[in-house]
Design a protein around this ligand. Structure first.
Ligand SMILES: C[S@@+](CC[C@H](N)C(=O)[O-])C[C@H]1O[C@@H](n2cnc3c(N)ncnc32)[C@H](O)[C@@H]1O
Length: 334
């Protein structure tokens, strides 16, 4: 796909000129590469100037905008709840019942526009394992790789969930881990938090507990492909296998994990942090904080500090939040 490679000082002037004359490719994003600005242009553009005309090998598409116009073109309108995500070369689309008759045609368009190997229809997640229910709409293949801040996640979109909205949260947690800490990740999945913590902190050990064998297999693979050390992967149910008194920090990256709070508190060795996720209606936003306080009190532990932050919108008027709680354990009373 064609683009022009421009020096930074001239980029703004050239962008305006390309746009004004209809040469800019509106479906792709402008980006900076090796100190140059890469402006996507339409295939017929061939006018020499103070730029290089290049073949863009790493085009970045404007997902949402294109998705909207594809749905509008095929179905005749854009419904209220529709969504599209790209994971590497695999697309995952959410469409409401009212337009499922168009889903294969929409998928074919998405395949062409984003050069994907497959497009899957997401029918939701089920149970504590958050297993996705997927239907193949176009192409083939469900295994993919996603690159985030310097690490890679390999997974299968039909077997495990992947949440793009938690990208910032993963780096935030990795940034909180102090040198030499023992970290417990109670719902490790494919390594959502475990991998960034291993890559970007100096934790002594990260114990990664995961119940789903499919996720666990990808966790092992992701440890290998990211070349990270210090992770102890454990297949099993956190409720029963997380030991007592061994961790400085416990990550609870599951939005329905209230029953696991006592286990997380018991896992702390002295004074440490728990990062507790929950999906909470906006109206009762303090609920997760109250839950942590209640369980700590029951166990004779002291909450020294507690903060709540929004991770992302979960559904209408429901937020995905995380509570950071610093808790001091009183072993004699536990
Ligand atoms: C919702 S996913 C994690 C999503 C993640 N926070 C993200 O950033 O995308 C939660 C993981 O917890 C695992 N899980 C659920 N119940 C568990 C349990 N009792 N013990 C260990 N792992 C469990 C699921 O299999 C899943 O891989």
């Amino acid at each position: 796909m064609k683009a022009v490679k421009v020096r930074k000082e001239e980029a703004e002037k050239i962008r305006k000129w390309l746009e004004k004359n209809g040469y800019k490719d509106k479906d792709r994003r402008i980006r900076v590469e090796d100190g140059y600005v890469i402006i996507p242009v339409i295939e017929t553009f061939n006018i020499p100037g103070s730029y290089d005309i290049i073949q863009d090998k790493n085009p970045v598409f404007k997902e949402k905008k294109d998705f909207r116009s594809i749905v509008e073109n095929v179905a005749g309108y854009y419904p209220k709840y529709a969504d599209f995500k790209i994971f590497g070369k695999v697309g995952v689309v959410k469409l409401p019942e009212e337009i499922t008759q168009f889903s294969k045609r929409i998928a074919d368009e998405l395949m062409r526009t984003y050069r994907l190997k497959a497009v899957w229809l997401d029918r939701g997640r089920h149970g504590m394992l958050r297993k996705p229910e997927m239907e193949l709409l176009a192409g083939q293949g469900s295994e993919t790789e996603v690159k985030e801040h310097g690490y890679i996640y390999r997974f299968d979109v039909t077997k495990v969930m992947f949440s793009q909205g938690n990208k910032f949260e993963k780096m935030r947690i990795a940034g909180l881990v102090e040198d030499g800490e023992i970290v417990a990740d109670m719902f490790a999945g494919i390594g959502y938090f475990t991998i960034p913590v291993a890559k970007h902190s100096r934790a002594k050990k990260i114990y990664a507990f995961e119940i789903n064998p499919d996720s666990y297999t990808f966790l092992l693979e992701n440890i290998k492909i990211n070349k990270v050390n210090g992770i102890v992967p454990i297949l099993g149910d956190s409720m029963h296998i997380v030991p007592e008194g061994f961790a400085d920090r416990v990550i609870m990256g599951h939005i329905n994990a209230e029953p696991f709070i006592p286990v997380a508190i018991r896992a702390l060795r002295d004074e440490g942090w728990i990062h507790y996720h929950e999906s909470t209606p906006e109206k009762i936003l303090s609920r997760p904080v109250e839950r942590i306080k209640k369980h700590a009190e029951k166990q004779g532990a002291e909450v020294k500090e507690i903060n709540l932050r929004k991770v992302k919108n979960y559904s209408p008027r429901v937020l995905h939040v995380v509570v950071d709680a610093r808790i001091k354990i009183n072993r004699t009373e536990v």
